[in-house]
Design a protein around this ligand. Structure first.
Ligand code: P6P
Length: 340
């Protein structure tokens, strides 16, 4: 597109025209997510001024203490998606079960949304960037009735669209519908997300690795050997503790993000449905890779339940390949004199 302001709405509508059979529902849904992001952004940016900081004294389904802004973001996203008339149901990190959305004026919606309303929320009180992660599926259950669990337990390869919003030094919305990845930066003076990075391609490798080094001794030997390799290669360690922020940096600077299994999280900590699958779809669309620490492709995993966790290694393709080589070389290596 020529060098002028292109808003998210204009871009989405322009892209829809390239799809002869597009009927506009997905366009409407993406635009509604953009609206919700602007509303959440408004509150995130002034969270320190309102009493929506601090934990809400609750725990979400997955046992994380819930920050008030989590609840606010969850409510606003549900409200925007409910009013859109394009969404038949939502599965959210903040809601134990999925939320069916009744048809608006009898019009059955074709899509369901999986969402982590505010990922990295433990960082809110210390002004570190946080993010919203979303994925969109076509529903697979009988469209004449309410959504079913099977509509949400679809593989990442069945995602129709996915993306994230990063509330950082600027607010940026990044999404894909399977034809490349584009980023839109919010211009607060006009209240519009404007195209800022077109057709993003991840560097094949980078000089940073991203892992919670504090858990090093709790990782399996093959992960410790790969992390040692990163140190030997003099890679820098960058770990923000907010997955969206770490992945966003990797899209532009290259690198690898790892969350292996630990004793506390034997299946890994991060959630498959509304964290790893959407981010894996985006990263793969930029030419990157996303696998588990058992070397399975994230997008091919069969979800069994809404809040299912997985291990993940995601980022520059050559670095994920190197990590895979270490797993193949060191996994299940019998301990020698108790050492690995
Ligand atoms: P740890 C935030 O709570 C989150 O879900 C991700 O955004 C982040 O990458 C990870 O957990 C941080 O986990 O165990 O390193 O604090």
């Amino acid at each position: 597109m020529e060098n002028r302001i292109v808003t998210l709405d204009e871009f989405i509508i322009h892209r829809q025209k390239e799809h002869p059979f597009a009927t506009g529902e997905l366009t409407g849904l993406l635009r509604d997510i953009g609206v919700a992001a602007k509303i959440v952004n408004r509150e995130v940016n002034k969270a320190g001024l309102l009493n929506i900081l601090g934990a809400a004294g609750k725990e979400n389904k997955t046992g994380d203490s819930v920050q008030k802004l989590d609840l606010y973001a969850n409510e606003k996203l549900i409200e925007c998606l409910r009013n859109s008339g394009e969404c038949a149901g939502i599965a959210s990190e903040e809601s134990e079960d999925f939320i069916p959305i009744p048809a608006v004026e009898g019009k059955e919606s074709k899509y369901v949304v999986v969402v982590d309303p505010l990922d990295g929320s433990s960082n809110i009180d210390v002004n570190v960037s946080v993010g919203t992660i979303f994925g969109i599926y076509r529903r697979v259950s009988d469209p004449s009735g309410p959504v079913q669990l099977e509509d949400f337990l679809q593989k990442g390869t069945d995602l129709v669209a996915a993306g994230y919003v990063l509330y950082g030094t600027s607010t940026i919305l990044v999404y894909t519908t399977g034809r490349g990845v584009n980023a839109f930066t919010l211009d607060p003076t006009i209240g519009e997300f404007c195209l800022s990075h077109q057709n993003i391609k991840i560097p094949k490798r980078g000089n940073f690795y991203s892992v919670n080094q504090g858990y090093y001794l709790k990782f399996d030997v093959e992960m410790r050997r790969y992390i040692d390799h990163c140190s030997d290669e003099n890679y820098g360690l960058r770990y923000i503790g907010s997955m969206v922020s770490d992945i966003h940096r990797i899209l532009f600077q290259g690198g690898i993000f790892l969350y292996p299994n630990t004793r506390k999280y034997p299946q890994g900590k991060l959630r498959l449905l509304y964290e790893c699958n959407p981010l894996a779809f985006v990263v793969e669309q930029t030419g990157g890779k996303a696998i588990t620490c058992n070397l399975e492709r994230i997008l091919e995993l069969e979800p069994r339940e809404l809040h299912q966790r997985t291990t993940i290694a995601i980022g520059s393709p050559e670095m994920v390949d190197e990590m895979e080589a270490f797993v193949k070389r060191y996994a299940n290596v019998p301990a020698v004199n108790g050492q690995n």
